[in-house]
Design a protein around this ligand. Structure first.
Ligand code: F6R
Length: 610
């Protein structure tokens, strides 16, 4: 959470910082600020509560000039969203921006108060500013002051320090929160995510855990946790520059929903022949491990957890390999038993989710035969710290509500399951061919699902004035119902819950009345007849039914029952296909309700705090 940018350049950088923050706004949007210093040591700071556009307006009407500076967009953890709590924070000549949480901030605050420092904010970040200021009094350089400061910090941080008395350098420290350095010509930059800088450079260096770097116009010097000078590779990123633009769409979420056919094509490319999975495309080391796996443990949060829940059905039904799925924040704090020959798989869009990362680090000490990540961001912490990564290739996802990341995670996991089954000779050639051909057909089928946009828009009016919604599914469509409920609640603020339809009579049926919309995901499969009985249970109690099913499923529209006809698709890929109308439904309900679709209240895209 929180986005950081920084620049050391021989030109005015105010616009670069503001544009960088605009691109990072998905990480937090309570308040934003920048501070710059010029070569004459003239220092200016502007902070505004609210979105980056408030800051941009303030910067546009100011006379802010400077070649070195830092910026920050905040997702509040310590202290309410307010101007005084927004970053950058200052102590004397020292300016700090910070992403993460300093766990020992109370003890440090008391120590610094005893030394005579006055705190003006409720943030944990302000202790970093005062500590660096204190250490700078005796240190030979800003670098040394930051090294001495970080030695006293406990918790997670990505932080940048600037000294207005030394205006041609920035010091950046990484411990638990992502930081990249963007390399320019005669200028260098810092950001929480390369996306912030893609309009300026494609050359990036990822800092590793414990690294501290000194950045000037011409040099980037990196020191590891033990203070040793180290080299970190500079890589060229080929991400699209327009990834941070909405183009013809009204919201990033809408754009990302409609990008799914392309995102899926990219995900499948080079990994399938016309009738088989190319196991080697997962990686040579991966193949060795897949040959021996007897159990899979999946760890993830939120939407990525729902992808894992769906994949569990595939691991067990297609590959015959037992699979457990657990929420990362639970897994990391309980005593668990590692099964023999178990592969740990994390799933994450960002690759930076704090709980998932902590669970991975814990699992690495607990006897898993390997740790793998299914991830969307190359160079992210999960990718770098796992034995191998199977990338989802969805492209940058900016909307806080995850959409194309989810469907590409599902496609990636289905390929993985098929490869695993194939390596262990647990799948027939014919079944492999059926899955592969279903995957090939998927992008075009998703286009057909997207063509339902108008119908679903019309349907959305039925939901917008309701307080609650229930989503029902069975088998692998149960996690799709959970994901549908998550999408609706996070962007429309309507309370939504999902149930495995067979569970209805064990409690939730009591909720059904004429004000309760019940969305049923009802593809034509073996469980359809069972689902029909569940639908009758709702009808008999006057519930409002919205059934998404195929032409020939035998459902007829009736009083309080609308049928949304879906094209027939292969049963195995149907969970991916049925996700799309659920995303469209949530989107259109949110539009009617007038919520902030891309940046729903209280949320942030990359949850880099616990
Ligand atoms: C919901 C959503 C979140 C994320 C969760 C995990 O739409 O986006 O629930 O899925 O925060 O994030 P990643 O996948 O980046 O680990």
């Amino acid at each position: 959470m929180c986005g950081i940018v920084g620049a050391v350049a021989q030109r005015n950088i105010a616009d670069i910082l503001v544009e960088g923050l605009r691109r990072l706004e998905y990480r937090g949007y309570d308040s934003a600020g920048i501070a710059v210093v010029d070569l004459h040591k003239n220092y200016t700071r502007i902070r505004r509560i609210g979105k980056v556009r408030e800051l941009a307006n303030a910067v546009a009407t100011s006379n802010l000039i400077g070649g070195t500076g830092v910026g920050h967009t905040r997702w509040a953890t310590h202290g309410v969203p307010s101007e005084v709590n927004s970053h950058p924070h200052i102590s004397g000549d020292i300016t700090i921006v910070h992403n993460g949480i300093i766990e020992n901030h109370q003890a440090l605050r008391s120590l610094l108060q005893d030394r005579g420092y006055t705190f003006v904010s409720q943030t944990d970040t302000e202790v970093i500013a005062h500590l660096v200021e204190w250490e700078r009094r005796t240190a030979t350089s800003l670098l040394e002051a930051v090294q001495k400061t970080t030695a006293q910090l406990q918790g997670a941080y990505g932080a940048v320090a600037m000294d207005s008395n030394d205006p041609e350098r920035l010091i950046v420290a990484r411990s638990g929160s992502p930081i990249v350095i963007g390399h320019g010509i005669g200028e260098n930059f810092i950001a929480s995510d390369p996306l912030a800088l893609l309009n300026i450079t494609r050359r990036f260096m990822y800092l590793e855990e414990g690294d501290i770097a000194e950045i000037t116009y011409d040099n980037v010097n990196v020191f590891d946790a033990s203070g040793q000078h180290v080299e970190r590779a500079v890589i060229e990123l080929h991400a699209q520059q327009d990834a941070g633009e909405k183009g013809k769409y009204r919201h990033f979420m809408q754009k990302e929903v409609f990008e799914q056919p392309t995102a899926l094509r990219n995900t499948l490319e080079g990994r399938l022949t016309h009738d088989a999975v190319i196991t080697e495309s997962i990686g040579v080391n991966a193949v060795d491990i897949l040959n021996k796996v007897e159990h899979v443990q999946i760890i993830a949060c939120g939407t990525s957890f729902n992808a894992g829940m769906t994949a569990r059905y595939w691991f067990e039904s297609i590959a015959g390999i037992s699979c457990d799925v657990e929420i990362a924040s639970e897994f990391r704090y309980r005593k668990f038993v590692t099964r023999p020959n178990s592969l740990l798989i994390t799933i994450s869009q960002s690759g930076e989710t704090a709980d998932t990362l902590a669970a991975l680090r814990l699992a690495k000490k607990c006897g898993y035969m390997g740790v793998m990540t299914v991830c969307n961001v190359a160079g992210s912490s999960l990718v770098r710290e796992s034995d191998f990564a199977f990338m989802t290739r969805a492209g940058a996802e900016i909307g806080v509500a995850s959409t194309k990341a989810f469907t590409t995670q599902l496609a990636t996991l289905l390929m993985l399951v098929t490869a695993l089954a194939k390596q262990q000779k647990r799948i027939s050639k014919a079944k492999e061919k059926e899955i592969v051909q279903a995957l090939h057909a998927l992008p075009e089928q998703i286009e057909q699902a997207l063509a339902l946009d108008k119908d679903i828009k019309a349907l959305a009016t039925d939901f917008a004035d309701k307080q609650h919604t229930l989503f029902l599914g069975r088998g692998e469509f149960y996690p799709i119902a959970v994901e549908a409920a998550l999408k609706l609640k996070e962007i429309s603020y309507i309370h939504a819950e999902a149930y495995a339809a067979g569970e209805l009579k064990h409690g939730p049926l009591a909720l059904i009345d004429a004000d309760m919309p019940v969305v049923v995901i009802a593809p034509g499969n073996d469980l359809l007849e069972k689902l029909k009985s569940n639908i009758e249970e709702v009808r008999a109690r006057g519930g409002l039914l919205y059934v998404f099913s195929e032409q020939k499923s035998g459902f007829e529209a009736a009083h309080n029952m609308k049928i949304i006809r879906m094209p027939k698709v292969n049963e195995i890929t149907a969970p991916i296909f049925y996700t799309v109308p659920m995303q469209l439904l949530a989107y259109h309900v949110a539009l009617i309700k007038g919520t902030d679709v891309d940046q729903p209240r209280n949320l942030a895209k990359a949850v880099t705090v616990e």
